[in-house]
Every structure is written in C-alpha cells, then in structure tokens.
Design a protein around this ligand. Structure first.
Ligand code: ZN
Length: 343
C-alpha cells in the first residue's frame, strides 16, 4: 500500500493524487500555519463578541451536542468558562454509549452547572438505521470520506435533534465539538438560513428518513418547523478556532471530574459502536473512516506521522466488537479487515 509521504492518507483514499515526491494533493492544498492562525484568531474575536451580546438575554444561549467524549466535554468547558454562556447539553443515547460515558456526562454537567437532556429513541429503530446505513449504501460516497456510514447516520440524527430543540425553544446558537480534522475551519462559525439548512441537512436527513421510516419523524426537523422559524441560530464549532492539544484537553477536563473511559476502544472516548463502525468501513471502503481527520492533525503538526499511523492501527478489543455486532444483529464475518491495508 502506498501512503502520502507527508501525512497518512493511503492510495485507496477517494480523490487522492500524489506528486513526484509522493506528497498528496490534500497536503499540497494545506494552508500555512500562519494563515490558519490569523483566521482562528479572528473567529475567536467574533465568537467572543457574539457571546457578549447573548449574555444579556435570559434563557439558554447554546444547545450543544454532548456525547460525553473528550472533545465535546472540552467544548462544553469552553462555552461555560471562556464565553460564560448558559448551555443545554443534549446527549443522544444511541444504545451504545458506554456506562463510563454516562457517569462523565452527569459529573461534568453538575460541575459546570449546565442543563442536560438525554434523548433515547427505541433501540430497534436505531439498529435498523445503523445496519441499513451499512448494507444499503444510502449515504453519498463523498460524505463517507470523513465518517463511517454508522457514524454518519448517528451524527445526522444528532444534528436533527439538536437543531429541532434549538428551533423550538428559540435558542440562538447550536454548538458541536468536532476536532479540527473533523470539520473545516470555514464551517467553524456561521449563521444558519433555511436554504442552507435544507441542502445541508437534506443531504444527510433524506437517507436517514429512508432508513428509519416515519418512526423517526419525532426526532427530525420537519418542513413545517423550517417554515415557522423567524430567526435562525448560529452554528459554532469552537475547537476549530481554539488550540487543540490532546494532552492539554484531557488534563483540563479531568479537573472537571471527567475520567478516561476503560470500556471503549482507542479511537472513541464515548461510543461502543465505534470499533464495529470502523471495521465495517475498512472492509467495505478500503480506508479508515478517521484517516482524513488524523491526516489533518498530522499535517497541522498536532501529532507526528508515526502517532497518526499508531492511532489508526488501534481497532480496539475484538471481543467488544463481536458483542456489539451481536447486539446490532450483524454477521461477525463482516468485521474482517486490515487496519492499515497491508502497511
Ligand atoms: Zn498527504
């Protein structure tokens, strides 16, 4: 297997090309650190100004998609202590959130004094969506560059739930805890509008509706709701414009009482589905669903190339993956894959 000589993207990655020195087109298009830092600094300023204007208003300022993992926990801390905003933390219980993660959610929400809400759709419906997302191939290949089909369906459902609650309660900001490699800097802070929402959410929500059927409707943003809303919220992803250092993030959130989970795999700090989602994606598409994110962290200097390869090589416990596959009702043989494609 050929890999980019600068990051960790493999030759199997969609749309990849290499120059004569073996550097991929994604690395060649990467902006300089100085240019990126200027944009990040401007975004911090803009969000600080927005937060200041919001603080004068009553009620909840931000609805945060809160998984209980390290990145969304750190995002919650940033929103509370750096921007002094009142947050409603929403957790989707997808049936596979680790028990340790629930303890972390309770502890951190108590420490930071935030409102928390857990939404738990029926497991049978979620399993139908997750399994269908793999077997029926409903998500466009482009969307699978950054996430596995299972994670894509879970994230699409989470985004719908968060946005629906924000629109129904007239909350002015929705927030996410994507790492710098999971979401582009260009999408770190913007105001939502109906046309954008219909195209952005539609691309992910239509496949979801196809998989879940009408049972899913109570969790999705309906067309009626789109039409009723007068003021649309901002969407913010604070980790895109704050320093992202994994060790510093872990140290900060442990002060809040967050404990590193010992019941998930190496790539996720909250979800037991992850190990299965990664194995299925590798077997089906020939590249790791986190490769794009990890490659971005490598070329930004957040981790070394060797650390990148190491993190992608850790698929977590095969025993846990087998248990989760059984709970999902999928055949264990579908999990057979090679993490680094023969590297
Ligand atoms: Zn590269």
């Amino acid at each position: 297997m050929t890999y980019c000589s600068r990051c960790i993207l493999p030759a199997t990655f969609p749309g990849i090309r290499f120059d004569e020195t073996g550097v991929c087109n994604f690395c060649l298009a990467h902006k300089s650190a100085q240019e990126t830092e200027q944009k990040r600094s401007k975004l911090r300023e803009t969000f600080a100004e927005l937060s200041q204007s919001l603080r004068a208003s009553d009620g909840i300022h931000v609805v945060l998609a809160y998984s209980g993992g390290k990145d969304s926990t750190y995002t919650l801390w940033l929103l509370r202590t750096c921007y002094h905003l009142r947050v409603l933390a929403i957790t989707l219980d997808n049936g596979y959130v680790s028990p340790r993660s629930f303890e972390n959610i309770r502890t951190v929400c108590e420490t930071l004094d935030v409102d928390a809400l857990t939404i738990k759709p029926p497991l049978s419906m979620l399993n139908t969506v997750f399994v269908g997302s793999v077997s029926r191939g409903v998500f466009p290949r482009k969307s699978l560059v950054r996430a596995s089909p299972i994670c894509s369906s879970c994230m699409a459902l989470t985004k719908n739930i968060v946005l629906r609650i924000a629109l129904e309660r007239c909350v002015p900001v929705v927030a996410y805890g994507w790492s710098p490699g999971q979401a582009p800097l260009s999408a770190a802070l913007f105001r939502l509008n109906p046309a954008m929402l219909r195209s952005m959410y539609g691309a992910r929500t239509d496949p979801l509706k196809d998989l879940g059927g009408p049972e899913l409707d109570p969790y999705l943003v309906s067309d009626d709701l789109f039409d009723q809303v007068r003021t649309y919220p901002y969407s913010v992803n604070p980790l895109a414009f704050h320093p992202y250092d994994e060790d510093a993030i872990r140290a900060q959130i442990q002060v809040l009482g967050w404990t590193p989970p010992d019941d998930t795999d190496g790539n996720s700090t909250n979800c037991l589905l992850n190990g299965v989602a990664i194995r299925l994606h590798l077997a089906q598409h020939g590249f790791h669903p986190y490769a794009f994110e990890v490659a971005e962290h490598v070329r930004s200097g957040l981790i070394t190339r060797d650390e990148g390869f190491r993190s992608l090589g850790e698929l977590g416990s095969p025993g846990l993956a087998t248990q989760v596959a059984a709970r999902l009702g999928i055949d264990e043989t579908m999990l057979q894959c090679n993490p680094l494609n023969g590297r």
